[in-house]
Design a protein around this ligand. Sequence first.
Ligand code: HEC
Length: 98
Amino acid sequence: MKTKCVLAAAVLVGAAVPLAAAAAEAPPGASSCSGCHPARAGVETAVPRLTGRSASELVAQMQAFRSGQRPATVMNQIAKGFSEAEIQAIAAWYAEQH
Ligand code: HEC
């Protein structure tokens, strides 16, 4: 019985580590942005750069897209697919990429 508890604890700790590592890399949803908005500086694309910009500015732009206040070709639709918390996590992550 005691051995089982120790094993269960080891499994739980083992499962928590990869989750924490993934969160430090990119929040859920960020990979759906990085296809168009590169996650690294130095990659030239036609879409506006998000890396290194302030998280609050990115969140404000996403809110403007979602409400239709800011006209867009694709971002109006994309912004509607993300929750407030997801947008904030993605914006904070992009702000830290260089
Ligand atoms: C299909 C390609 C595509 C995807 C995927 C995409 N974007 Fe965009 N994004 C664009 C384009 C193109 C623009 C310019 C506005 C427009 O025409 O929609 C833009 C503009 C923006 C802007 C405004 C930038 C500025 O300079 O004002 C922000 C912020 C933004 N996107 C965030 C995101 C986030 C966050 C995601 C992921 C949830 C995302 N985008 C996914 C193509 C994309």
